[in-house]
Design a protein around this ligand. Structure first.
Ligand code: CTP
Ligand code: MG
Length: 181
């Protein structure tokens, strides 16, 4: 199977949460509107309970579907997201990790004095990738190193900013997103 397809496949449970958060986000912010000791918002209105929960659960649900597809057609060589207990750890790592990476980045954006929605090059594009890799490595280290080989990691680092930009421009055009980044 083509390495590019494998890379996208492996990252789908980490890519989907952001898009789902944009579509389903809104309502009570994760920081309850509270400010940090620097007087700025802890996270800001762009990180909400609805978006985070929809993103994490939706990404995991999609991962379960992909797993079922991969095991239905084993000859296609599509990678599995682990089996048994590992499956849950891997999907939680990829999806919840992606949401967590994005939330942590917002914390630092606010500390840098950036308003909600301001763009921070490379951080906006890769925060969720690093978050998903870190949590997956913690929860399922063996699966992570077997699947995220150096080649796959390199491909993901190259294609993610491009895919991210493309989906955000679409999100902006359909008015789901306030800014095209
Ligand atoms: N969103 C959400 N909950 C999250 C992540 C995203 O509700 N955990 C929704 C919000 O409506 C948010 C939109 O998805 O405005 C776009 O996400 P993102 O670009 O990450 O947030 P920004 O609004 O740009 O805020 P920040 O500057 O903190 O990144
Ligand atoms: Mg943003």
């Amino acid at each position: 199977m083509n390495l590019l397809i494998i890379a996208i496949w492996l990252m789908l449970p980490a890519y989907l949460p952001n898009n789902l958060a944009v579509l389903f986000g809104g309502g009570k912010p994760l920081d309850f509107g509270k400010t940090f000791r620097d007087g700025r918002r802890i996270l800001g209105d762009g990180k909400t309970f609805r978006g985070t929960i929809a993103g994490a659960l939706g990404g995991m649900g999609a991962g379960l579907l992909l797993s079922a597809v991969a095991s239905t057609w084993p000859d296609r060589g599509l990678p599995q997201f682990g089996s048994g207990d590992e499956l849950l750890m891997v999907l939680m790592g990829l999806s919840l990790g992606a949401m967590a990476g994005d939330v942590i980045a917002s914390f630092f954006k606010r500390r840098m004095g950036m308003e909600r929605g301001a763009s921070l090059f490379l951080v906006d594009q890769l925060d969720f990738v690093l978050g998903s890799w870190a949590l997956t490595y913690l929860l399922a280290p063996r699966w992570f190193s077997q699947n995220f080989t150096p080649e796959i990691i390199l491909i993901v680092l190259i294609i993610t900013p491009i895919l991210h930009r493309a989906t955000n421009v679409i999100g902006y055009k359909i008015k789901a997103k306030k800014e095209p980044w």
